[in-house]
Design a protein around this ligand. Structure first.
Ligand SMILES: Cc1ncc(COP(=O)(O)O)c(C=O)c1O
Length: 434
């Protein structure tokens, strides 16, 4: 029986509000008509849809989790071995300690670690720790940090407060109004705003993402370190997306940030759910006094995956490979855009790479068109790629051939030559979808 993913998605939306539990996997964000939506199996960079059609993932790679590639045999075997021995018992699994010990070898500034499953959960834990330790309330933040009340509360004061931090116009529905002004947004790299905000009273912590599509500037990093040190403000670095992608641990080391707490997720388990809050004992130890505890936090699979991922990094230079591939693709984008007379802007990271079309109000249309065209060549593609160890040079060459053909058609669209998107235009903001 051929399965129709579109029908399945419509049915799913009836019993699961929003269709699934993660905004970033909703087909409306890629190609409202025509996206394969569901997968049956995956391996390396390949994904098979419900009708066994094979695609190459040149986009989000498990929303940034699969830095090693899908279904990594080494990680799987390590995890399977643990599964066969039992995963959640009345006693603790020693892998919790082992993963903690291994992480502390990498993050020398830190003495203690606590684990969660999801990234947003880990951020909530870090915030609770910072507020408990400082006995203060307010959080200054820059970037995206998950769905929890502490973060969404930023939009009680103004529904646009989170607009420059990834998702636009998020309603703070269900977040108690008394949290108003407890989380205050700080624009990425904005030093004068940092000065101003750091003077507010009752400040518990400053939280930043060290990079999203660009890295924090050296000047911002220096000022942030200085302010946090002088004013004894807890500095939390959210490395849920950036961590374990460019180097072992976080990129905070590379750009010179001096954190009190660092939070990892995504790449740490290569798709298995494991996140960590790691930090200085003088701050972390308060986790014994504020109540933070969850059954799923002690389940064995996540720790096993984390250990296996760390072992894999010992064996292979994943980071170098991924950077080379990222550079190769970006070079290809730039050359092909030039060849076809298309104006694009490419970001300055190498392992999360991105381009945007420089045509006013047309970016989403053109990216959707790009997705539609690339799908004909069996590539899952938009304007972002999270590079993985399974993206080989050969795959990239094949991909760039398809980009060449797609950019040619896009250049015709730009020249008004009878090219039209078949699908509706993608919608990347948070929205009701049914
Ligand atoms: C920087 C950052 N923080 C927090 C989160 C939330 O993590 P999760 O989706 O695992 O809850 C994300 C997820 O994309 C993220 O990129």
């Amino acid at each position: 029986m051929r399965l129709n993913s579109k029908i399945l998605w419509e049915k799913a939306k009836k019993i699961i509000p929003g269709g699934n539990g993660l905004l970033s996997k909703r087909p409306e964000r890629f190609l409202p008509n025509g996206w394969p939506i569901y997968f049956k199996k995956a391996s390396g960079v390949f994904i098979w849809d419900l009708n066994n059609k094979k695609y190459i993932d040149m986009t989000l790679m498990g929303i940034g989790t699969s830095v090693l590639g899908y279904n990594n045999k080494f990680v799987n075997n390590f995890v399977k071995n643990k599964i066969d021995k039992g995963i959640n018992t009345t006693l603790n699994c020693y892998e919790e300690y082992e993963l903690g010990k291994e992480l502390l070898k990498i993050d020398k500034f830190a003495d203690q670690v606590r684990f969660t499953r999801g990234g947003g959960e880990a951020m909530s834990l870090a915030i609770r720790i910072a507020r408990s330790k400082s006995k203060k309330t307010k959080i200054i933040f820059s970037g995206y940090h998950g769905w929890h009340d502490w973060y969404l509360s930023a939009n009680i004061q103004n529904i646009k407060n989170l607009n420059n931090h990834l998702l636009k116009n998020l309603k703070p529905l269900g977040v108690p109004k008394i949290y108003k002004n407890s989380a205050i947004p700080l624009e990425f790299n904005n030093i004068s705003q940092l000065y101003k905000l750091s003077k507010i009273k009752n400040l518990a912590a400053i939280v930043v993402e060290p990079s999203r599509m660009e890295k924090l500037s050296k000047k911002f990093v220096d000022e942030l370190n200085k302010i946090c040190k002088q004013k004894k403000i807890i500095l939390i670095i959210d490395e849920i997306t950036s961590g374990w992608r460019d180097c072992k641990g976080g990129i905070y080391k590379k750009i010179g940030l001096k954190p009190d707490l660092v939070v990892y997720g995504k790449a740490l388990g290569n798709g298995f759910a494991i996140s960590a809050v790691i930090g200085k004992k003088k701050i972390m130890d308060i986790a014994q006094d504020t109540f933070v505890s969850s059954t799923a936090w002690t389940e064995r699979v996540g720790f096993a995956a984390g250990l296996a991922v760390m072992k894999f990094h010992e064996k292979k230079n994943v980071f170098n490979h991924n950077k080379k591939i990222g550079k190769q693709i970006k070079k290809g984008w730039i050359e092909l855009a030039k060849k076809h007379g298309i104006k694009i802007k490419v970001n300055n990271l190498d392992t999360i790479i991105n381009f945007n079309f420089l045509y006013k109000n047309k970016n989403d249309y053109l990216i959707t068109l790009f997705t539609e065209l690339m799908l004909k060549h069996n590539f899952l593609a938009n304007n972002n790629i999270y590079i993985s160890f399974s993206h080989s040079k050969e795959i990239v060459l094949k991909y760039l051939k398809a980009v060449d053909k797609s950019f040619y058609i896009i250049s015709n669209y730009i020249k008004n030559k009878n090219v039209k998107l078949k699908s509706k235009v993608r919608k990347t903001n948070y929205m009701r979808i049914s």
